[in-house]
Design a protein around this ligand. Structure first.
Ligand code: TYD
Ligand code: MG
Length: 495
């Protein structure tokens, strides 16, 4: 008679599931039995590693310890949750993934806290608990901002203070649907001697929060600051530790804000979200056209619109050029342009191409005027695709002739004056058409199938071709010559 058994009931085991190992004496048996044949303990056998002779039904390799057929593993994307902010969801490919860590970085004052507060409010308004760990601002300050942004749902919990352990405890205890930590440079691990914001602190805190996010399955959004001249002890140094890195940028003097994904483990990078900063918070801008071009004065020399790509999203930006009264080049040579929202060195190179490779050389020769070029609307344009537009804007203002208001232009310029192909031609042209433009000057190698209906597209091989296509009459012939000491081509040629 076996002894009367106490403890938990027998578990059901298939005898095919072996081998089994005794948890008391580590003896193995090929099949499950109620009492260990080695030490006699009852109900102590646990299944060990799978039988080496068993092959998966699908015919794949026999997985060793720790390895699994990948197709049997569930996808992280199954745990995707909307942030309640459409432009952020767009950038993230639908929302945040449970257990993921996202770093939102940008210069101080750009609106990071505002954006993430709006995310917390939106998720909380949907009925889920969310948590804000504010290390940078007091809760009274946070509440002050919240008043501007609307109601505060009761599901929004907030915690003040820099101690990362306290933040961990709050997240672990409340298990919120989403947690925001604001900011990375203000939290600290008290066990370390370095100050908050030092590289050691930033790294240690991100590591701790990443571990916590994974174990609790809570998505954590971290705020990180960067300074204009670099990255402090900061966001760039921890990019590899987090799942997603988002950049939030814009010109603080303008309302437009651009959200871009720099790294994204769960989807494509290059998606861009556009917001407008208003008195009552950030508003998603699905169509930035009116905001960017709304105040444009058409018909003024020196203005041209270029469709640029922000990530994969086309955006129409007005490029302007202006001539100042005096020379900035010391009285000889080609003037050096000053640039706002554009690369000054590149603008200088484009001016040289304009002077050396087109008839504009005669106009630009003497005296050297002072050139200003700008991308207006609060967007910095660094794409080479804007070269043609910048050069045309300078030619237009130098020659005193406006560029047709319904025209866009794009293409990279080489030093030989050639107009080179750029990526995303179809998206640029489609956006121009959608916004009501009817003419486009583009690289001659643009494929015909990227041209939308209703847009007259002229392929140009060189910058000189582009000037001719613009005005059809030689440069200088209609120059009003109102600038003191300013010469037209004809006048310059007769000297
Ligand atoms: P904030 O989110 O605090 O910036 P960050 O966290 O990136 O440092 O907001 C920055 C600026 O935005 C602040 O100077 C005021 C302005 N702002 C508005 O214009 N409208 C608003 O509704 C809010 C909340 C802020
Ligand atoms: Mg802030």
């Amino acid at each position: 008679m076996p002894p009367t058994r106490t403890g938990p009931p027998f578990r059901a085991h298939s005898i095919k599931d072996g081998p089994f190992v005794c948890t008391a004496c580590h003896a193995t048996t090929p099949r499950w039995v109620g009492r260990c044949p080695g030490c006699g303990t009852w109900n102590a056998l646990e299944r060990s590693a799978p039988s080496p002779t068993r092959r998966p039904a699908t015919g794949g390799p026999v997985p060793g310890p720790g390895a699994l057929p990948l197709r049997d593993v569930g996808s992280d994307l199954a745990r995707l949750q909307s942030t309640g902010v459409s432009e952020l969801d767009r950038v993230l490919g639908g929302g945040v993934v449970g257990g993921s860590v996202t770093l939102l970085f940008g210069p101080p004052g750009i609106g990071k806290s505002t954006l993430l507060f709006q995310v917390l409010s939106a998720v909380a308004a949907g009925g889920a608990d969310v948590l804000l760990a504010s290390a940078e601002e007091s809760l009274a300050q946070v509440r002050g901002r919240a008043v501007r942004l609307g109601d505060v749902p009761p599901q929004l919990l907030a915690l003040e203070g820099p101690d990362v352990a306290a933040i961990e405890a709050a997240i672990g205890h409340n298990r919120p649907a989403l947690a925001v930590v604001d900011s990375l440079q203000s939290i600290a691990d008290p066990a370390l001697t370095q100050p908050a914001g030092s590289l050691a602190q930033v790294r240690a805190c991100v590591e701790r929060l990443t571990r916590l996010a994974k174990t609790e399955g809570v998505p954590i959004l971290l705020v990180g600051h960067v300074t204009k001249d670099g990255d402090l002890a900061g966001p760039r140094a921890v990019e590899h530790l987090v799942d997603t890195v988002l950049s939030f940028d814009g010109d603080r003097h303008h309302a437009l804000r651009v959200l871009t994904s720099v790294k994204h483990r769960f989807g494509a990078t290059g998606e861009v979200g556009i917001f407008e900063m208003r008195d009552d918070g950030l508003r998603a801008v699905p169509d930035p056209g009116p905001l960017m071009l709304g105040d444009r004065m058409a018909g003024v020399p020196g203005s041209v619109v270029v469709p640029v790509l922000q990530g994969r999203r086309p955006l129409l930006v007005e490029v302007q050029a202006l001539l100042g009264p005096g020379g900035s080049g010391g009285g000889s040579g080609t003037p050096r342009p000053q640039a706002l929202g554009l690369d000054a060195a590149r603008a200088n190179l484009l001016l040289a191409v304009l002077a050396c490779r087109t008839v504009m050389g005669a106009v630009l020769g003497k005296p050297p005027p002072e050139f200003f070029v700008a991308a207006v609307g609060g967007i910095s344009v660094t794409e080479p695709a804007s070269d043609l537009a910048v050069a045309l804007a300078m030619a237009s203002v130098a020659d005193g002739r406006p560029i047709p208001a319904d025209l866009v232009a794009f293409g990279e310029l080489g030093l030989a004056g050639e107009v080179r192909m750029v990526p995303g031609v179809d998206r640029r042209l489609a956006e121009a058409r959608r916004a009501g433009f009817t003419r486009a000057l583009v690289p001659a190698s643009t494929p015909c199938d990227s041209v939308p209906k209703g847009l007259l597209v002229e392929g140009v091989r060189t910058l000189a071709d582009a000037l001719h296509a613009l005005w059809r009459t030689p440069v200088g012939e209609t120059c009003p010559g109102t600038m003191p000491g300013w010469s037209t081509v004809a006048a310059a040629a007769s000297r």
